[in-house]
Design a protein around this ligand. Structure first.
Ligand code: PHE
Ligand code: FE
Length: 296
């Protein structure tokens, strides 16, 4: 992808700031845009009980994101801020890595202000406000997860300096975006990429195709991921305290040194010391590769 710079966005957003934030201009969302939010929100709210973890569902309820249209980021930040100190700021789209990490390190979550069109309800290439806010913000109301994401921002700035961003990015991908949790009642979703998608909310938990493997830090950081389709492996944490202990509370410098000597793993590979919870058939991925199924 071409490098992002302020000039990428300046024509469409003349008021863009040096940290890539823009005014949300909430009053300018149309009725149709609010209607699209409600369609997506109500569909996910019906699907997620028993699938998303209790921590996510509690955040969703507290913030009331299921309906009521595209949320006003200032109002949302007031409620969220009182709970965990996080704020939501508007950005035009993807921002450079260092800008993204600096926002997270300061407990600001950058969210796109645009929303997908009705014709694209199930598929879009760039994250929109529904993914960014409905998907990510409920977990930011959970104090432990809130600390995890801030620490990740600090770790990102450090990883950039060490030239090991691809490894650290895999951790974000397989936790923040596509993480699963072994809850007392069974397997549950906490990853934003899953909870904001109707089809992947079903696929991630119950489809026989993907592997489901117990989270292990170095294993995750060795594993490549796909951005164009459902994941071929999901990593499962025991609880959020474990996630914080194994990441935020550890010095990654020795981890990065060990990783430099290890081969990357393909998205569908299993490793000898994996704790495999479900050995996937990979049937879905194979069928897609053979062109046998349409867009899920
Ligand atoms: N502790 C990591 C380091 O030393 C940073 C980090 C924190 C990474 C939280 C991921 C999540 O670099
Ligand atoms: Fe995301």
């Amino acid at each position: 992808m071409a490098t992002i710079s302020l000039d990428t966005y300046r024509d469409a957003y003349p008021e863009i700031a040096a940290d890539y934030t823009v005014p949300q201009r909430w009053a300018e969302y149309t009725d149709e845009e609010h209607a699209v939010w409600n369609l997506l929100g109500e569909r996910q709210a019906a699907l997620l009980p028993g699938r998303a973890c209790d921590e996510f569902l509690a955040g969703l309820d507290m913030l009331g994101l299921q309906a009521g249209g595209v949320p006003d980021f200032d109002q949302l930040s007031a409620v969220l801020g009182a709970r965990t100190g996080w704020q939501i700021v508007a950005v035009p789209g993807l921002v450079p890595d260092d800008v993204f990490f600096a926002h997270l390190a300061n407990r600001r979550f950058p969210a796109g202000r645009f929303i997908r069109r009705r014709e694209q309800l199930d598929y879009l290439q760039e994250p929109d406000v529904f993914h960014d806010v409905f998907g990510h913000v409920p977990m930011l109301a959970h104090p432990v997860f809130a600390d995890y994401l801030q620490a990740y921002g600090e770790g990102g700035l450090r990883a950039q300096g060490l030239g090991v961003l691809p490894q650290l990015a895999r951790l974000y991908w397989y936790t923040v975006e596509f993480g699963l949790l072994a809850a007392p009642g069974g397997l549950r979703i906490y990853g934003a990429g899953i909870v904001s998608s109707a089809s992947e909310s079903r696929f991630a938990l119950t489809d026989p195709s993907p592997h489901r493997v117990t989270f292990a830090l170095e294993r995750v950081m060795r594993t490549r991921y796909r951005i164009d389709d459902f994941q071929q492996v999901y990593f499962v944490i025991d609880d959020f305290e474990q996630l914080l202990r194994e990441t935020a509370e550890r010095d990654f410098a020795p981890v990065y040194r060990r990783l430099a000597r290890l081969e990357d793993l393909a998205p569908d590979a299993l490793a000898a010391d994996d704790r495999v919870l479900h050995h996937g058939t990979q049937a879905y991925a194979q069928a897609r590769r053979a062109g046998l199924t349409g867009t899920a």
